[in-house]
Design a protein around this ligand. Sequence first.
Ligand SMILES: [Ca+2]
Ligand SMILES: [Ca+2]
Length: 180
Amino acid sequence: MTGSAWRHTPLYVNSPDRTSPHPLRRQLPRLHRAALTAGRIFDSSLFSPAGWLRFKNKCFLFKGKKNDIKGNWSYARDWCKEQGGDLAIIDDQYENGKISRYLEHSAWIGLSDLLAENQYAWSDGVSPVLYTHWDTNEPNNVGGTEHCVTMKHNMLMSGKWNDDACHKNHSFVCYRKKCQ
Ligand SMILES: [Ca+2]
Ligand SMILES: [Ca+2]
């Protein structure tokens, strides 16, 4: 049955006293249980309704695919904060690997050495740097102007980190604790 047929099917037919439910009416409890079950599966699966992806206890959102917005590092951080999160904080190889598989372009993450050269810190100001995954010869602070970090993605590889100039527009990855 199509969705519109479902909406327009009366639940009571040919029953003047409305005590004889339409056959569909008898299916409602089962349909309702199925919907609830589907909801639970949906909630605990990778995709949340708003597009956040759950990897263990964190949720990540990927911006900048195809015609989606891109931005410089500050814009990206502000955008993530408006969503109740921050730029992605990556604490281990598992998270790095999962994120790298969803990238379509190199993307900003929350790491920078904006406050002090070569003293890398996460943009929330408190999370310790537990893990890094620098590409070969990175971070190299080219021209003394590279203070924000991307996770690289290209035809050959995905997932290695590079310090880049913060004013460049890139895709970006947000994170937050709750998916919804
Ligand atoms: Ca730097
Ligand atoms: Ca670099």
